[in-house]
Design a protein. Structure first.
Length: 351
């Protein structure tokens, strides 16, 4: 997908020109159902992320609360927190929970009580969109003001002054070597423990607006993002950028574009298939898509569109222990069991 982006000081307007793809697209014939739960307190607003707790429960970061789903009912874990919009949830290796929010910093929950961290305690920004625990137990926060690391006692912030290409961080992924791959609203980069390095393709072009990065079982890096193909300066509103968006992979030496389909979130399942959510049409359609592991490295990888929505948004995904795929949306959370897509909404909402 090729886009023309007009950048000004405060706003970015995106104009798209859809290009022909290189993927073999098939539609998946699935059924849909509405799930009635034992409580009406279910996610009905945007769900940005879904994780699985160590005991198998599903953790859901929603704009109205963080929920725990035990297979039968939803429990609101944050009913005593005054209405922040939650963007992420993480269970650390000690079993403690961390909740990232849109404008209220981070909440820490040890099972008994909450602790609240904001810029006053040391966060780079009160917008925390993603949380990662590294191999050493450090907690990293992707914030709107830089990258923040917490060692259990204090916070350390990394910003453009430390070499970050921009302070607006979207995602963090740690590869098998311990290197951190960092997506931003600007150029994406990685951190080796000493310095930040922007990654570039063979033409020296950078990748920007990267929202999701994963490493698959083979050590291949996958990410969704854009390359700036052209830049024209038009005063006084700023430059117009021609960008190429899609799903990319990196094998350690070469960056390859896999598909023009948007990939705002990426996941590998137990079978080695790659799943994405992202914008797939100019009219604002988004889709949950699955790339068959048998053809991932061919010129035309086979992709199956599991679910599509018009003028909406689908967010991050989880493969649960039972193999089902959970994913967030503007209006709650869904589960796909291979045959049926379940929309978790109570009957009260439809009355």
């Amino acid at each position: 997908m090729t886009k023309l982006v007009h950048v000004c000081a405060l706003l970015m307007f995106v104009f798209c020109a859809f290009c022909q793809g290189k993927t073999d697209l098939t539609k998946d014939e699935t059924k849909s159902e509405t799930k009635d739960t034992s409580t009406s307190r279910v996610p009905t607003r945007m769900v940005r992320n879904v994780k699985q707790a160590r005991n198998g429960d599903i953790l859901i970061a929603s704009f109205n609360a963080v929920y725990r789903y035990d297979g039968k009912s939803f429990t609101n874990l944050t009913s005593n927190i005054p209405s922040p919009s939650f963007w992420d949830v993480l269970e650390d290796r000690k079993g403690n929970l961390w909740f990232g929010t849109l404008n209220s910093g981070v909440y820490y929950y040890n099972g008994k009580s909450f602790q609240h961290f904001t810029t006053e305690e040391g966060l780079a920004s009160n917008f925390v969109g993603f949380i990662h625990e590294d191999k050493t137990g450090m907690i990293w926060f992707a914030t709107g003001g830089g990258l923040t690391r917490y060692d259990g006692n204090s916070f350390r912030n990394f910003t453009t002054k430390d070499g970050l290409p921009t302070n607006d961080i979207t995602t963090i992924m740690e590869d098998k070597t311990g290197k951190l791959w960092i997506g931003t609203r600007g150029d994406a980069c990685f951190y080796d423990g000493e310095k930040f390095t922007v990654f570039r393709n063979k033409d020296g072009k950078t990748f920007y607006n990267v929202w999701s990065i994963i490493e698959d079982r083979k050590g291949i890096i996958w990410f969704g993002g854009s390359i700036i193909k052209n830049r024209k300066r038009i005063a006084p509103k700023g430059p117009i950028l021609t960008v190429e968006t899609g799903l990319w992979r990196y094998d350690g030496s070469t960056y390859t574009k896999v598909s023009q389909r948007g990939a705002s979130a990426i996941m590998e399942d137990k079978k080695g298939n790659i799943w994405t959510t992202g914008e797939v049409k100019l009219n604002g359609d988004w889709a949950l898509s699955r790339y068959d592991q048998k053809s991932l490295y061919t010129e035309k990888p086979a992709v199956t569109e599991i679910m599509s929505i018009k003028k909406g948004m689908l967010c991050r995904m989880l493969e649960a222990n039972d193999g089902s795929i959970w994913f967030g949306s503007l209006n709650g959370v869904y589960r796909y069991d291979g045959k049926t897509i379940t929309d978790f909404k109570s009957k009260e909402r439809h009355q």
